[in-house]
Design a protein around this ligand. Structure first.
Ligand code: PLP
Length: 377
């Protein structure tokens, strides 16, 4: 069985979960926050005391995702940002973090504020550029990369960053949100940690906020800090969210296959469109990261792409306003296609850049929608 078939089965069957009490083919939701003890004061059921510790559904979702990532352990958080923060918080005051530039703005903003508060040196480096990576010489605690990156779709060489981390005595974490574990498994390439906004394609239905962090080694002291901090500080996912996440994940490999195919078809159509001034998508053979992405991704290049509208900011906004199928909303990875004029919420992004998250609609309908919006009829 290929790696892909294994993932298909793992996700479709939710790693074999059923309701042991009734034989139901779907695990039940247990909403209780607290659990009864017997007359002897022994808990009625082992592992069930108080739901801030964790819960059956959270454990199940974590097991599925950790297996998919080839991780020794993984933890869910109530949002992607909570997972980002959990790892950053392990860096000591006075430490040093290397952060890729041009990544998800929320990560950059939070990291800048956090590092300033804690007297941590933050080096923002274009990690997709080998020369910029080579200029790093001193030591660091943590290197944070995002590949493919949001919204520029840059591909960062994970293997090269593993080597860099080793030479700097640092640990490497990869935000692999845009790829999901179906298309990319950074731990297999030597990364120490992988992080996801599970709010995106892992859940896939734009109705759950969640984050996931996994480690190559469960006995890693930094991981132990993350485990203790999540347990003691209580950044846990609720049962309903975990249940929805497990349901969404059953179709993750299928959705990634379809969304990647749609994104590639859309990227190709846009690359040949007279109203477009460039397309950013690692799946295009002309993309500077194409060969690298092909060597570290498997089965597709994801649902996210960006393109530049020919003309001005007003032209870009007018085109976005004419779209009918692509919903004008932030986020990515859902079954419905979304469009975002990123400059509106992130000033540094070029005014004509449009970010698309391709869903599972027909590629022909998505391409027609974009063509009508770009040509104005
Ligand atoms: N990482 C990436 C690449 C993202 O796109 C996002 C959200 O857009 C996050 C992290 C943060 O995730 P969340 O919105 O679930 O907190």
């Amino acid at each position: 069985m290929s790696k892909h078939d294994d993932l298909d089965t793992l996700f479709a069957q939710a790693d074999g979960a059923i309701d042991a009490a009734t034989g139901g083919v779907v695990p039940p939701i247990q909403p209780a926050t607290t659990f009864v003890r017997g007359e002897d004061y022994v808990p009625l059921s082992e592992g069930h005391l108080y739901s801030r510790d964790d819960s059956d559904l959270t454990r199940l979702a974590e097991r599925i995702l950790a297996k998919a990532e080839g991780a020794e352990a993984g933890l869910l958080f109530p949002s992607g940002m909570a997972a980002v923060a959990a790892l950053f918080r392990t860096v000591p005051n006075g430490g040093r973090i290397v952060l890729q530039t041009g990544i998800y703005w929320g990560t950059t903003k939070w990291a800048r504020d956090f590092c300033a508060r804690r007297d941590i040196t933050l080096n923002e480096v274009e990690m997709a550029d080998a020369n910029a990576r080579d200029s790093l010489d001193s030591s660091a605690d943590l290197i944070w990369i995002e590949t493919p990156s949001n919204p520029y779709l840059k591909t960062v060489d994970i293997r090269a960053c593993v080597a860099l981390a080793k030479s700097m005595g640092a640990q490497l974490c990869v935000d692999s949100t845009a790829a999901t574990p179906v298309l990319q498994t950074p731990l297999a390439l030597g990364a120490h940690y992988v992080m996801h906004s599970a709010t995106k394609a892992i859940n896939g239905h734009s109705d759950v906020l969640a984050g996931f962090l996994a480690t190559a080694r469960e006995d890693d002291p930094r991981w132990q800090m993350v485990v203790d901090d999540r347990h003691d500080a209580g950044a846990v996912l609720g049962s309903f969210e975990a249940w929805l996440l497990i349901r969404g994940m059953r179709t993750l490999p299928l959705r990634m296959e379809r969304m990647s195919a749609n994104a590639l078809a859309v990227a190709k159509a846009l690359a040949n469109h007279a109203g477009v001034d460039g397309v950013l998508y690692p799946g295009l053979p002309t993309d500077p990261g194409h060969n690298l992405a092909g060597s570290q991704m498997n089965g597709g290049f994801g649902s996210l792409l960006s393109f530049m509208v020919k003309g001005s900011k007003a032209d870009a906004l007018a085109a976005v306003g004419r779209l009918k199928l692509f919903k004008r909303a932030t986020s990515l990875g859902g079954v419905e296609s979304l469009v975002e004029h990123r400059h509106t919420i992130e000033e540094a992004v070029p005014e004509t850049l449009i970010r698309l998250s391709c869903g599972i609609e027909s590629a022909a309908a998505l391409i027609e929608d974009l063509d009508s919006a770009l040509t104005g009829h």
